[in-house]
Design a protein. Structure first.
Length: 210
């Protein structure tokens, strides 16, 4: 009876390959399984870029190891292990980038208050203000600042300026209106003069209302 029972215990402790299983061996298998599942759950982190060269390139969505030049739209390899020397060398030869850089330099002549020529550069604030004034003076819809035509013009002119949204244009125009209205009120208070206001009357050809 003893030999038979010991034989049964040995048979139960053996696996399919005939190896004797122990509590330690089972524990090791569980550890290996947990380690394998933990390794597969790790996700590769996307580190932020530090080099200034990335102001001129955009990484593709499908492949993070490739990027596109913001000026000529050519695609380049940008492996982390390779560095950014190839991207810098391209900027030195890219004609579109060189044309943009030339437009950013203070080479545009302007006339100051004394009638002398001086170098000037259009800032983003000046271009934004000029865009709002164009919309008001031309009686254009606010959606014009977001139109493909205006964005295409700014890109071709190499202003280095990204047009603002219609919501921003609305805030700017209302702010300018309030400021100029207050300035006009102060002018009326400071100048004791008669002011005559005229207006045009418009008649609707459909309803006849004024």
């Amino acid at each position: 009876m003893d030999s038979t029972s010991s034989f049964d215990r040995d048979t139960q402790n053996k696996d399919d390959a005939g190896n004797i299983q122990t509590p330690d061996s089972n524990t090791g298998k569980r550890k290996e399984t947990e380690t394998a599942s933990g390794a597969s759950s790790k996700v590769k982190r996307i580190l932020p870029t530090r080099s200034q060269v990335w102001n001129h390139y955009t990484k593709t969505k499908d492949d993070r190891d490739k990027c596109v030049c913001n000026y000529c739209q050519n695609t380049f390899s940008c492996l982390t292990s390779s560095g950014t020397s190839n991207l810098r060398s391209h900027l030195e030869k890219c004609k579109s980038h060189l044309a943009w850089s030339a437009g950013q330099e203070d080479k545009q002549p302007n006339i100051d208050d004394e009638g002398k020529l001086k170098k000037a550069k259009l800032t983003e604030g000046q271009l934004r203000e000029a865009t709002n004034e164009m919309v008001v003076l031309g009686q254009l819809p606010l959606s014009f600042v977001e139109s493909v035509a205006w964005r295409h013009f700014c890109h071709k002119a190499n202003f280095g300026y990204i047009p603002h949204s219609r919501r921003t244009a609305t805030k700017d125009i209302i702010k300018t209106y309030v400021e100029r209205k207050d300035a006009l009120k102060k002018w009326f208070l400071c100048n004791n003069q008669r002011v005559s206001l005229t207006t045009d009357i418009w008649v609707s050809p459909t309803t006849g209302n004024m």
